[in-house]
Every structure is written in C-alpha cells, then in structure tokens.
Unconditional design. Sequence first.
Length: 349
Amino acid sequence: MFDTILPADSVEFCPHPDAQDIFVCGTYNLVKSDEVVRTGPQKRDGQCLVFQCQYDQDDIAKSSFENIQKISFSALPDMKWCHRSASSKATLALAGSEGEIYLLDWNFEESRLQEMGSLNVASSSEVLCLSLDWSNRRYPSSEPGKLIVSLSDGNLVLAEATPSYLAISKKWTAHDYEPWIAAWDYWDTNIVFSGGDDFKLKGWDVRSPMCNPTFVNRRFDAGITTIQSHPHVEHLLAVGSYDSNVTLFDTRKPLVSLSQTDVGGGAWRVKWHPSAYRRSDLLVACMHDGFKILRFDELAWTSNSEYRFDAHESLAYGVDWSFAPSTKDQKTAIVSCSFYDHSLHFWSG
C-alpha cells in the first residue's frame, strides 16, 4: 500500500510498449478554508504521481513499485494515456479542476513526465473538467489524436491535439447537470457517448451540428458515471451509474440493454481488459463496495462470476489493468486507489 497523502481518484497504466512498467495516480484535494463565510471560489489542488513497477513474473503479488515523480496541478478528476504507435512518444492527458487540460510526454531517457502544453476549455476557473478520453484506443497512431472532455457546466469539448498544438474544435451543451463522463466509440471515432446527473445516456456524431444527439436513453434511475467502449468487441458498450448497476449495450440498439449487473456500490469506473484473450473481463470501481472483476458470458453478455478486492477503506474510485504481459498464473497486474483514506494498492486478477 502507498499513501498518496491527498485523496486519490484516478489511476492509469501506460500502454506504450516501452513504458508498460509506468503508471500514474491523480489526486483531488478540496482546500479547507478558515473563513466562516467563503467569498471566493472553492480552491482545489492535486498532484500527478508517477510510479515505476518491478514485475515478478512468478508471483505478481511480490511485484514492487516506487514513486519516481510528483507534479503539482489543480485537482485532477481524470487522466488518460494516449494509445500511440510504438515509434511515437507516450503522451498523458490530465483533466484539471480549473477548466484546463494538460498534455505531458514521457521522457524515456530521464524516466519522467514533461509538460508539453495546456489548454483552458471552460468558461471560467470554477468549471471543472470531469473526464476525458482519447479517440485512438482501437487504432493507435503516430499523432496524439482527438480528445473528448466533459465539463461540470454541462458542456462537452472536442479538442484536436498534435505534437505542436492543442486547440478546441467544437464545444456544445450536452446535459442539464454534470456530465460525469464522455467517451469515444473506439471502433468509429466519429461517435462520442456521454452520461450525466440528468440520468441520460447520449450519443453524438462529431461530423454533424451538435444541437441534436444521435440518441438519448432516459431509462436510468440514477446519474451515469462511467462509459467505456470495448476495445476488442465491436458495438459493445459498458455503462456504470450511481445506482450500483453496470449495464451493457449494443451500440446499434442503444435504447435496449443487453444485460444489467448490480455491483453493490455506485460504479465510478469500468475498464475492459486490454488483452483480447480476456475480453469478457471487466474491472469495476464500486465506490462504497470495493473493486470487482466481472466475467461475462459472451453468448448473452451476462455476468457469471466475480472477483472482489476489499483492501481499501474508503470510496473506490480509480482502477486500471496493466498492459504488461500476464504472469505465469495468467493474472494481470492491477492498481487501484481510494479517496478519503488516500491509499493506493497494487494487486492482480
């Protein structure tokens, strides 16, 4: 276990073939004010913590990791590595709590992240970037690609990134309340999905005027918190919500669910396994009920088994699979973090 000091809310393993021993953790701290009546905007701060692993191929539980870098930012609600080609740099995007996104490149020679640029995408510093996602998960490219970002004022932002610039391409009002999540269809990067506290799941075609979504699914009983397109199964979408459910959809029929699984706590993050041979496994951060791995029956896409990790003592928020090859027992390294107890754990499943 590692104490992140500040509350931890997101973790991401690097997918680059030459940096799969690297992962990052984001923290989110609401600065306490001594004033009885606060007159200014609420202050939030955080850090991007960088870790390096030493994998034990015989027993992943014996693997070690160390914190090799700390970078201070505003609080960080989300972070995502870009899936670029092996000959390109490893690039990380951070969602900041003062309306900014940051791009950082991994310096292989110095084993550290270097900030390459930032972009303010919000109307004011009181608007938070809640989530972000890269378009090229399924088709890694030499260029960084496109980012979709959700903002606490209900807007979504489409940003174009190249090695030399970062710019807003489109911005539109998408939800009545906080859109906790926005994510790409990894198989069709003209399509974006979003979900929010208005209990709505929406689809968007970025080639069209953004005044009308391609669909609106209103059949949710709580706010939508997480969405991920499957990187190995076309048309399959996992959606999590505050009501403890993980729902699977066929994107060709997004108003009718394939299956629904109660995971015991609000599903803050869902992550499909990065390898095709374990494509039926879904990692879930279940907020008040720890972390779980759901295994689905691919014929009906219903959950038929579950593994749980309960070492955390607070809100289960950030979780991710390693992209490194599985160990001899066919397990994959996993890192997870929780909020109020500011702890980070390294485990396997």
